[in-house]
Design a protein around this ligand. Structure first.
Ligand code: ZN
Length: 306
């Protein structure tokens, strides 16, 4: 067979395919962009919304783990098949989110109910699930954030003890697209953690939290430390959105979020990344104007770390 080279813009083609699927949504399917890093950056330019057309983006330059990407593509396909089945969405919310009636409060957000009542198009519901819940911390949080809240170092071998117990408590997200990324119900995690610690998470340093958890789980967890102060005697709560190391509000700045509201937690960038200018060409992450003076002070060396 002869190969035919044609040139086209991915966003134009994606828009065309989305429009075709928008009549009744019965033929809907996931669209993934596979492109070079520079082109992807253009899509994420703050004034453009073209990246919203894609369910997932794979960078050509970072072809790291083929199995991992295959698993994600399978999860997208399976998620779309379920979204085609589970309609009308407002009658199937428990199935969509993998919950039972007792835990309805976890999805008791007007945004979820409004969207479920007004659309039957899978890619619109998929975009909401992927971009607002699965790929972002908010009512769901990722594994690194769970560990940061526990004050445990990310690579600690004992983390399975924590995740097994949280799973037993129903904290693991098992709804549509759960195979795409392992996520946890923030409220369930925080409630469990407060009970284990005997108080509000942020009132304990990482060192104090791991000491208490060591007694409960019979395992000497290694405490997380802030890369800025190089200390475990810190109230670690977040994970830097660039380097993915544990950090805290006092050692990081907030990212300006176009999507805000109760469902999405603001991302943060740690002072180490700011100092090393790793945030400079991240057009997908602009620092919130309120934190600009802090950014300047860190870059000029007026706020010093370790
Ligand atoms: Zn960082």
């Amino acid at each position: 067979m002869q190969e035919l080279l044609v040139s086209y813009k991915a966003s134009t083609l994606a828009q065309y395919l989305r429009d075709l699927a928008s009549d009744d949504g019965n033929q809907d399917f996931p669209i993934v962009l596979h492109s070079a890093e520079e082109k992807i950056r253009e899509y994420f330019h703050p004034e453009k919304t073209a990246h919203d057309l894609f369910d997932h983006i794979i960078k050509k330059t970072a072809r790291k783990d083929a199995d991992e990407e295959k698993r994600k593509l399978d999860a997208l396909t399976e998620g779309y098949a379920r979204l085609l089945e589970l309609r009308p969405y407002n009658e199937k919310l428990f199935e969509i989110f993998g919950l039972d009636q007792r835990r309805e409060y976890l999805i008791n957000h007007q945004e979820i109910h409004d969207l479920a009542a007004t659309t039957k198009i899978p890619h619109i519901f998929a975009r909401f699930l992927l971009k607002r819940l699965i790929n972002r911390n908010g009512i769901l949080i990722d594994e690194l954030t769970v560990l940061a809240r526990c004050g445990i170092k990310a690579g600690d071998a004992g983390k399975a003890l924590i995740f097994d117990e949280l799973r037993r408590l129903g904290a693991h997200y098992s709804g549509v697209f759960c195979g795409f990324r392992s996520m946890w119900w923030r409220l369930t995690v925080e409630t469990a953690l407060e009970e284990w610690l005997g108080g509000v998470v942020n009132s304990f340093t990482a060192q104090e939290r791991t000491a208490i958890l060591a007694k409960k789980f019979g395992y000497a967890f290694e405490p997380a430390k802030s890369a800025w102060s190089n200390s475990t005697n810190e109230r670690i709560t977040h994970v830097c959105s660039i380097c993915e190391r544990a950090t805290l509000v006092a050692h990081s700045v907030a990212v300006h979020e176009q999507l805000s509201g109760p469902l999405v937690e603001r991302r943060r960038i740690c002072f180490n990344c700011i100092q090393e200018d790793r945030h400079i060409d991240r057009t997908d992450m602009r620092i919130d104007a309120l934190d600009k003076p802090v950014e300047d002070a860190v870059r000029k060396g007026k706020i010093k770390g370790e």
